[in-house]
Design a protein around this ligand. Structure first.
Ligand code: G3P
Length: 212
């Protein structure tokens, strides 16, 4: 399973990259806005650090404009993946961008048939939002199971990128289900390596060794 970091914060990306936690990066307009910089500036900066897929989301909502914007974004760096919202116009853009050899990540997916239609359009990645489903009382990880099963049934090559991750259990369940990628906020990444019993055990070792 690949680990992407879900942020536009350069310092977080650097710190996570140092730890080997960054196979790719996902951004969205809200994450970009937090930086106070232009989308193009941030994506270019990220692509200097990370050589894996870096998702940059279009702001246009009409297919023709999405395609033009997607082409421009893809020219920032060879590892840019164009993020497209799960709409009919978005699928028109996905089809045409993928025919041009431009990779797309279809985002804001909340059910399995949306994911299936995005894969049918030629998406490179699909981003089902598990945390936002949990937030409204729906089993977000159940959606991941459905998508992984459907894609396996038909040997679809579109990769399942679990997004809107809120805690380590989302990562654990994604791995158990067999998702291709998780995109994880930095704060959650940092929770994946720690355990109180590890700290307690190390402390005791050092005390017994007379070092504490
Ligand atoms: O960036 C896509 C997705 O991971 C954002 O999810 O719910 O944390 O805004 P959320």
């Amino acid at each position: 399973m690949k680990f992407f970091i879900d942020t536009a914060n350069i310092e977080e990306i650097k710190q996570a990259h140092l730890r080997g936690w960054v196979d790719g990066v996902t951004t969205n307009p809200s994450l970009i806005a937090k930086t106070g910089k232009s989308r193009e500036e941030v994506i270019a900066e990220i692509c200097q650090i990370v050589k894996g897929p870096v998702s940059a989301e279009v702001l246009a909502t009409q297919s023709e404009e999405m395609i033009l914007e997607g082409e421009r974004l893809s020219q920032i760096a060879e590892n840019v993946v164009v993020k497209i919202p799960m709409t009919e116009d978005g699928l028109i853009a996905v089809r045409q961008l993928s025919e041009k050899g431009i990779k797309t990540n279809v985002t804001l997916i909340f059910n399995a048939v949306q994911a299936l239609m995005a894969a049918k359009a030629g998406a490179y990645l699909v981003s089902p939002f598990v945390g936002r489903l949990d937030d409204v009382g729906t089993q977000g990880m159940e959606l991941i199971s459905q998508i992984v099963q459907i894609f396996s049934n038909y040997s679809l090559t579109t990769q399942v990128l679990v997004a809107s991750i809120r805690h380590p259990l989302h990562v654990l369940e994604s791995a158990l289900i067999g998702a291709d990628v998780v995109t994880v906020p930095f704060a959650v990444l940092k929770k994946l390596t720690s355990h109180p019993l590890t700290d307690k055990g190390l402390d005791q070792f050092l005390k017994d060794a007379g070092l504490r």
